[in-house]
Write a protein that binds this ligand. Structure first.
Ligand SMILES: [Zn+2]
Length: 298
């Protein structure tokens, strides 16, 4: 799983930084989280084809998280898209799209509405699942967690031959079962298989005020994105505007036992981002800035 940052600023674009958008790549699937203004241009810049996106997750209806969506859908239509597009969002987003794009797009948009306070399964694919969970912002807002499914155990061909395990039982072995032969001898699973790769997970917590209650939805993720609109010396402002500081983001990473933290959604008042990194790292050392164009391996 990989995460590419397309936009990392808050409401106003500033200092070459753009509003929020991220690409999550799992196997061959390209998923889009939020779609701030200009997202399609930055996708082109970083080599991601719009037509390959089938699922778009919009955290909330503040403009810096979806002003690029109508433009992206319009381009998909002009490029001749026919595959259905799935959008997970607040119901108001649908109204905006339908008001602005009043022609036959040539493809169907299938909506899954995220209701206030709701945590639910959004997507269940063969190799991964996506869930949403509520966070605490000035309007109904959701975070998303992308989890690879549990990997199966890997067969060891030489051992399979040695213990004469019939082929019909191979799929049971990859699920972790022991084999019992016709004489009642047990062939332990670990004699004929080895551990599969560890399944990874990524949590995106959108815009939120500092609140440890959200941790319950993404304990022990491999990579956590948390917003840091402000530095800690503006914590009162952060609270009143339902945003967080770098130190608070790091505290969420500690409380949720995340392995790594990336921080973004910087206020346009800050030109230099290095204080965000140093502030967060005083609490949680494995922190990185979610800089645009960077791809993080989960
Ligand atoms: Zn917002």
């Amino acid at each position: 799983m990989k995460v590419t940052i397309l936009g990392n600023n808050s409401a106003l674009p500033a200092y070459g930084r753009n509003p929020t958008a991220q690409i999550v790549q799992i196997e061959n699937e390209i998923l889009l989280i939020d779609c701030g203004e200009g997202t399609q241009m930055r996708m082109a810049q970083y080599g991601h084809k719009a037509m390959r996106i089938n699922h778009i997750f919009i955290s909330h209806y503040h403009g810096d998280h979806f002003f690029g969506l109508v433009a992206l859908i319009s381009s998909m239509s002009l490029l001749g898209r026919t595959n259905a597009l799935f959008i997970y969002c607040n119901q108001f987003i649908k109204e905006v799209i339908e008001f602005q794009l009043q022609w036959d797009l040539g493809f169907e948009i299938i909506y899954d509405f995220l209701n206030e306070g709701e945590a639910k399964l959004l997507l269940d694919e063969s190799k991964f699942v996506v869930r949403c969970f509520p966070v605490f912002h000035s309007v109904p807002t959701h975070g998303f967690i992308f989890s690879e499914k549990k990997r199966k155990r890997i067969l060891l061909p030489e051992q399979l031959t040695k213990y004469e395990i019939p082929k019909y039982f191979y799929s049971k072995l990859t699920d972790g079962f022991d084999y019992e032969d016709e004489y009642g001898n047990i062939i332990a699973n670990e004699w004929v298989t080895k551990k599969g790769n560890i399944s990874k997970s990524y949590a995106y917590t959108a815009d939120t005020v500092f609140n440890k209650e959200i941790c319950q939805y993404f304990m022990e993720v491999d990579l956590l994105y948390h917003e840091t609109t402000y530095l800690q010396n503006e914590s009162e402002k952060a609270k009143s505007r339902y945003h967080s500081t770098a130190m608070q983001a790091a505290e969420i990473a500690v409380a949720s036992h995340a392995k790594k933290l990336i921080i973004g959604h910087f206020s346009s008042r800050y030109k230099d981002l290095s204080p965000f990194l140093s502030e967060a790292q005083t609490v949680f050392e494995p922190t990185e800035l979610a800089l645009e164009g960077i791809t993080f391996d989960v």
